[in-house]
Ligand binder design. Structure first.
Ligand SMILES: [Zn+2]
Length: 166
């Protein structure tokens, strides 16, 4: 199934769940994937579909690629958390938030290898070719208007610049 079909499928799924389309600014915090919800089935469906929509938007933002290695991730795999994760660009261990501009789409292998490094520090630890690909990918995403300027800055920030006083 191609991107267009996935896109149609998920857009119609969200419509069916009566979820109006949210602006990025409204997408503040993503609940933990494993949270067990004990409320009514209807509430659970809304909650889950909202979660899926946020994941879908993160996936769409990188054009279905792992932000770090560029590997393609199927939307179903990302939604279901198969070998792929919502990734904190600035890790929580360094004070990174779970707000939209600090989240992206990553394959599990990169997510695990990255550990508690910032995205930029992780990429600086890779080969020069891999780093260049990453920078090219970011330039494409920002110039195509797919990611916000704030997210771009987070993706380019090494730990040494995190707490710098200007
Ligand atoms: Zn990857």
């Amino acid at each position: 199934m191609g991107f267009f079909q996935f896109d149609q499928q998920y857009r119609s799924f969200f419509r069916e769940c009566k979820i109006s389309s949210a602006k990025d600014s409204e997408v503040v915090c993503i609940q933990e994937e494993d949270t067990v919800c004990e409320s009514s089935p209807w509430t659970e469906m809304i909650r889950r579909s909202g979660f899926c929509r946020k994941k879908y938007k993160l996936w769409e933002e990188t054009q279905g690629m792992c932000i770090y290695c560029g590997k393609s991730i199927l939307v179903d795999d990302f939604i279901n958390g198969n070998e792929s994760d919502i990734e904190h660009i600035i890790p929580q261990a360094l004070g990174g938030s779970s707000e939209w501009n600090n989240l992206t789409c990553s394959c599990r292998q990169c997510n695990r290898s990255k550990g508690d490094l910032t995205a930029m520090d992780y990429m600086l630890s890779q080969s020069s070719a891999t780093l260049q690909d990453y920078l090219r990918r970011l330039r494409f995403l920002i110039s195509a208007g797919l990611i916000t300027k704030e997210k771009y800055i987070n993706l380019m920030t090494p730990k040494t610049l995190l707490f710098r006083k200007v």
